[in-house]
Write a protein that binds this ligand. Sequence first.
Ligand code: ZN
Length: 375
Amino acid sequence: MYKIIKKDGLAKRGRLETVHGVIETPVFMNVGTAAAIKGAVATEDLQQIKTQVELSNTYHLHVRPGDQVIKKLGGLHKFMVWDKPILTDSGGFQVFSLAGLRKIKEEGVYFQSHIDGRKIFMGPEESMQIQSNLASTIAMAFDECPSSVASREYIQNSVDRTTRWLKRCKDEMARLNTLEDTINKNQLLFGINQGAIYEDIRIDHAKRIAELELDGYALGGLAVGESHEEMYRILDATVPHLPENKPTYLMGVGTPANILEAVDRGVDFFDCVYPSRNGRHGHVYTNHGKINLFNAKYELDDRPIEEGCQCPACRTYSRAYIRHLLKAKEMLGMRLCVLHNLYFYNTMMEEIREAIEEGRYQEYKKQKLDMMSGK
Ligand SMILES: [Zn+2]
């Protein structure tokens, strides 16, 4: 059950109640691809860095260790010892970006595993079955992520097929949720809007999927190489045609600035690998911009990454020490940077929620953007 607590312009301050607890939105979901956040981050760390939702990748878990294995062990929550919400993606994005040779048919996609080359078939029903076995809180519909350089004709046909797939996802999810041995019988389903950079295709698709009364709606196929301005233009055009009284999720986005801009356009769910990926490379976020801890100027810097930050890294260690760990290739260096970056993102979401509640989102956004760009 989702409800809007407060609106400030188009920005939504919402709350989604799930069987695994409440999600306060806007929220940044922390990406743990194979049921762990890369950088040696443990489930117990997530409590300390204000994680609300963990996101795992269906394709990765299907290939290894296998969703049947996870089901036998009681589902993803029990497996990774996390009792709060988990969102699983549909596997579609990985099938289209990672897998080897693939063939798209009306029934689904035939492709080869990127691990061992084994042939796999995945369609809407299979994706729902796998996500049901994983027993995540929120499942994502199986869609096609066409190449951003595909022709308009290709995109239109692809979007039509994604709509047909979405209806099959909804039916299959409803069926699975009534089965006796289903672990999470309250699994939620979010649909995905596609249409590349064509506003009219996006709007038409948004209207069609809105009729299906899903638990939430995502925008997919953005942040795949188009400019930020183009992405904002698509959001301006499309979000007003998605149901306002449902969560709005912008998949795979993005930088702190992208999130601030998208919240302003009515988006309230996000996920992105940037904070963990950047952290693993010693790039850490601060309120005055991103810094590279490998830089020689931090050799004798005994300040924390960010003054006043309450994350596990900043509460205890200096930039100089973390820089040394990174240079010595000690795993702890990576881990501390990832923890700080996720804490930075999660804390920014907290600030965003507060600013919307207090009706000062515009002021907050400007201040945060100015500060981060060094103004
Ligand atoms: Zn910190």
